[in-house]
Design a protein. Structure first.
Length: 222
């Protein structure tokens, strides 16, 4: 389902660059304190607030972090399901099941729903499988588009937020591995989160992992 765009684009806030670094050097580490993630980005992201239509008829807040360079496009969409129950309860057309059950299904099935929407765009799906980062479960897709470009997408659900990372590169370009493999989830203090798996798919969060010694070059901290 197409995203409903709302609020105007706002340029992400940038912290001062360390001595000897400049935007001309390309890839840098981007940190979002608003949405608790970190990723290697090819340049400064633009940030846009949107309304995201969920599978079960709710409209939840989301934010798109994006950068385009000709045919190459990079983005991270973060859908915030934190208030999904209240949002479903406030729907004028809701049923009792929407409030008691479907709000939770909406969240739990959000990875599958996002993957289905990516497939609906068309093109040839060349990879379509389960994936995880730091034991956070998700799904990856690779799609060869009709114009020969390729889209590499990954979707994860963590702490009631859905993270959709996408990189589309021009025909013949190498896979965007630095972008695709660098996504990290953070706690409110900016520490990287990892989990350990136990029997019956129970996950236990590891002790806090301090940020890398190199500070994030870009951040949306206000």
């Amino acid at each position: 389902m197409r995203l409903l765009r709302t609020i105007s684009v706002m340029t992400a806030f940038s912290v001062a660059l360390p001595v000897g670094l400049s935007h001309a050097q390309g890839w840098r580490q981007y940190t979002s304190a608003n949405d608790n993630f970190r990723i290697h980005a090819p340049s400064e992201f633009e940030v846009e607030d949107i309304a995201y239509p969920s599978e079960y008829g709710a409209v939840v807040p989301a934010r798109i972090y994006s950068y385009e360079d000709g045919a190459n496009r990079y983005s991270v969409t973060v859908v915030d399901y934190t208030d999904a129950r209240a949002i479903h309860a406030a729907r004028p057309d809701r049923t009792e099941a929407d409030y008691e059950l479907y709000w939770e299904v909406d969240v739990r099935a959000s990875v599958t729903y996002a993957a289905a929407n990516l497939r609906k765009r068309g093109g040839e799906v060349t990879y379509d499988a389960y994936h995880y980062i730091d034991r956070v479960e998700g799904h990856q897709l690779q799609i060869t588009n009709d114009d020969g470009s390729r889209t590499f997408a990954a979707i994860y659900l963590h702490d009631s937020r859905l993270y959709i990372s996408e990189a589309t590169v021009a025909p013949g370009s190498p896979p965007p591995g630095m972008f695709q493999q660098s996504l990290e989830f953070l706690d409110d203090a900016g520490n990287r989160i990892r989990y350990r798996n136990y029997a019956d798919a129970i996950k236990v969060r590891n002790a806090e992992i301090s940020p890398d010694t190199n500070p994030a070059i870009s951040s949306d901290v206000q």
